[in-house]
Design a binder for this molecule. Structure first.
Ligand code: BGC
Length: 359
């Protein structure tokens, strides 16, 4: 019988995590769905449910150098994210700010910059998901401009050693800080290679953080279809992160980085499209019921090349379906041109997207 986290435990765990959630979720008419938690501790179960509505502070610290992709994790954005969402996922490209050698010694000035942002967010009472993002070589991808290559022999061990250092650095932060081992493992890492490497990276974290919640996602870009191949290490403080950009042709229309041009003019959401979107989330929910490890939707978003009415319909459907199933979510992303909810040009919300997410 799956263990479902009672409300009293949720409240206790929030206190334990030092949490004063910045923005309580809007009251819902019926009790929200709970995920199965028979393979995690009550505290991690409660945390997974408390993550609620979130946003990615994307394109800032995971650019090869902060600012390269037009966004800085400036105080105004940190404040905006923390005031409006309960969770902020903070993508960070540690691999490009660390020695190219096996020890991957992290550049102290960069680490202090990350400290600043993490601590500002924690001080605002939100949950923070800190990850390793865009270590291109580890998935066999092309390097981005200003990203350096390392000896192929040390690519994987560097991830483990990055986590040993990140774990040590943040071991005394509140439990509202969650680690996520790697954004979207794919290609070179799909299947067993990722299962093995994730276990090693987790062991490095556990040397200093015995109980902190850690997120691990399946291969193939954290796609739910890969969940059956994900073998989690035996550990009772894990949350599984999945991403969904289904239907991909709609959400990624007009992107500039695709190998082939992605046609534009694709609309959303027909009954068949809605069904496909819901199916992804229900698949995650079914996996959760079977395995008892909570799931989190760490990224979803629809590229700004789509028409606004369709993007709003897509966003609202994804968000309400995730909430119906008791799955916390984080929008991709706050303020860049993929699907930013806030415009850095006008310094205003992209109001239709904001409403679809939060109203
Ligand atoms: C990547 C972004 C990309 C987004 C949508 C994220 O995981 O980091 O660069 O815009 O997915 O494809």
């Amino acid at each position: 019988m799956p263990y479902r986290c009672p409300r009293a435990l949720l409240a206790a765990a929030l206190l334990w995590a030092g949490a004063a959630p910045a923005q309580p979720a809007a009251p819902s008419p019926s009790a929200p769905a709970r995920q199965a938690c028979h393979a995690v501790t009550p505290a991690t179960c409660a945390l997974a449910h408390a993550l609620g509505r979130g946003v990615n502070l994307g394109n800032a610290l995971e650019a090869p150098r902060e600012g390269d992709w037009g966004v800085r994790a400036e105080p105004a954005l940190v404040e905006l994210a923390a005031r409006n969402f309960r969770t902020v996922r903070l993508p960070v490209r540690w691999s490009n700010h660390a020695a190219p050698t096996a020890d991957a010694k992290i550049d102290e000035a960069f680490a202090r910059r990350v400290d600043e942002v993490v601590d500002a967010l924690l001080a605002r009472g939100v949950y923070v998901i800190l990850n390793v993002h865009h270590y291109s070589q580890i998935t066999g991808g092309n390097l981005h401009k200003h990203e350096f290559a390392v000896d192929p022999e040390v690519v994987d061990v560097r991830l483990v050693n990055l986590w040993r250092q990140i774990g040590k650095r943040y071991k005394d932060r509140p439990q509202r800080l969650v680690f996520e081992l790697l954004n979207e493992p794919h290609t070179r890492l799909d299947g067993e290679p990722w299962n093995r490497l994730a276990a090693q990276a987790l062991a490095a974290v556990r040397e200093t953080n015995p109980e902190r919640a850690v997120m691990i996602g399946p291969g193939f870009w954290n796609n739910v279809k890969e969940l059956p191949r994900l073998k989690l290490p035996p550990d009772r403080n894990l949350v599984v992160s999945v991403h969904s950009y289904e239907p991909y042709g709609f959400t990624h229309q007009g992107i500039t980085w695709a190998p082939r041009p992605m046609p534009t003019g694709i609309t959303c959401c027909s009954p068949a499209q809605r069904q496909a979107m819901t199916a992804v989330l229900e698949r995650a929910r079914d996996w959760n019921r079977e395995h008892g490890v909570p799931v989190h939707l760490g990224e979803f978003g629809a590229h700004s090349a789509g028409d606004m009415a369709s993007r709003v319909a897509w966003t609202r459907h994804m968000r309400t379906e995730a909430e119906r199933l008791g799955i916390g979510w984080a929008w991709w992303e706050l303020a860049s041109d993929f699907s930013g909810a806030y415009s850095l040009e006008t310094r205003q919300w992209v109001e239709p997207i904001r409403r679809a997410l939060l109203d």
